[in-house]
Write a protein that binds this ligand. Structure first.
Ligand code: GNR
Ligand code: NI
Length: 167
């Protein structure tokens, strides 16, 4: 069981725009630990606060093989991006659904780390894709929004049906 409950598409709360964190508190530190535990438990390689119904600009990511290299991005902003890459994406908020999504291949992201220190990271590949996926969540955007309305409606109907069967 994950520690924090993850909202699922088409829940409207996933459409909320997250607010900037102004001062990092001990409570935030605890929340970040809970997000990491929830992400590892799921299991997933990233989690945005929006997905656990908290609407502040906080993301955790770990794309490492041994799951021992967690990143925490607070108030992340992509300041430049380049190249293109297509990757098969999934999302903890859109269970059992995968689709090829095109994104920038390299990004430069500015953020505050969990100690409150301003950082700039230049990265590419899976980490860059994951950062873009998670920043989309903070904007209320999901990877299925890049698909046609027809495909998105099909996914919504499939998940709503699964949901009804679980009740
Ligand atoms: O676990 C996840 N895997 C993944 C694969 C390809 C591109 C993005 C991701 S993020 C996802 C976890 C998640 O839903 N984060 O919001
Ligand atoms: Ni996601």
């Amino acid at each position: 069981m994950p520690l924090l409950d993850i909202l699922c598409f088409p829940d409207d709360r996933l459409r909320t725009r997250a607010k900037k964190v102004n001062s990092l508190t001990l409570e935030h530190q605890k929340f970040i630990d809970d997000m990491l535990a929830t992400m590892y438990e799921a299991p997933g390689i990233g989690l945005a606060a929006t997905q656990v119904n908290r609407h502040e600009r906080i993301i955790v990511i770990d794309v490492s093989e041994n799951k021992a290299d967690p990143y925490c991005f607070i108030n992340p902003e992509i300041i430049s991006s380049s190249g293109q890459e297509t990757m098969e994406e999934g999302c903890l908020s859109v269970p059992e659904t995968y689709a090829e999504i095109e994104r920038a291949d390299s990004v430069v992201v500015r953020y505050m780390d969990r100690k409150g220190k301003e950082q700039t990271l230049e990265t590419s590949g899976l980490l860059a894709v994951c950062i873009q996926h998670e920043i989309d969540h903070l904007q209320g955007k999901l990877f299925v929004d890049y698909l046609s309305k027809l495909k998105r409606d099909r996914i919504r109907k499939k998940l709503e049906k699964q949901w009804r069967q679980k009740l």
